[in-house]
Design a protein. Structure first.
Length: 214
């Protein structure tokens, strides 16, 4: 009988811990209207026959203003920009001196950026993702978001929040695509609800850059 009660307690505790991830996501979406952070991104390609898995590391800064503005500025090892100004999603590759512009409404949808920066509330997220809590790991509370659209390259996203922070503190994104690639973004020096002007998300095409509109 004691073993049965112990098992029930373990299952109940696990259920409560798993639920915290969804609560943290809801808290983050509701309470954090803007943010600023540094990030490090590690992209790992699947191992090929006879070869080890290959990883690439980059770093930069991230800002967002809910519901439809955000900016990723990659600084190392190569300069790149991803800017959403509310109407257009701009991607700039400094090495190629090339800009790609897409309508924001068509480009976001089931993307990691929608999870943390674009959606105005949890209901909006649930229109594009199936959300499920996951076990606490590495001191973080996790949510697994699976796109409802099955025709994209994105397979799943795990969002990690620092346990116990109010409002929930964004700590990590783990992104899995249909090619078996895993991308992990770790956030630090996170500022919650800073005042960010709309001009912070304006994009100016660099001189001489080719512009491709999709």
């Amino acid at each position: 009988m004691k073993r049965i009660f112990a098992a029930i307690l373990i299952v109940s505790s696990a259920h409560l811990a798993w639920a915290d991830g969804l609560e943290s996501l809801e808290s983050f979406v509701k309470s954090v209207s803007s943010g600023r952070a540094d990030f490090t991104q590690v992209v790992t390609a699947p191992a090929k026959e006879g070869q080890a898995a290959r990883s690439k590391t980059s770093s930069g800064t991230f800002e967002f203003s809910r519901p439809n503005r955000f900016k990723f500025l990659y600084k190392k090892p190569f300069e790149q920009s991803i800017v959403a100004d509310g109407q257009t999603l701009w991607l700039y590759d400094a090495d190629l001196n090339q800009v790609t512009a897409r309508k924001q409404t068509a480009a976001l949808g089931s993307t990691p950026a929608a999870l943390i920066a674009a959606a105005p509330d949890l209901r909006a997220l649930q229109a594009d993702f199936t959300l499920a809590a996951a076990p606490e790991k590495d001191g973080l509370e996790w949510v697994v978001a699976t796109p409802k659209a099955k025709d994209g390259q994105l397979q799943a996203v795990r969002v990690g929040f620092r346990a116990g922070e109010k409002p929930a503190g964004l700590a990590a994104l783990e992104i899995y695509d249909s090619f078996g690639q895993r991308s992990v973004l770790s956030f630090n020096k996170v500022e919650v609800n800073p005042v960010l002007a709309k001009s912070a998300f304006e994009f100016s095409t660099p001189k001489g850059a080719d512009v491709i509109r999709q």
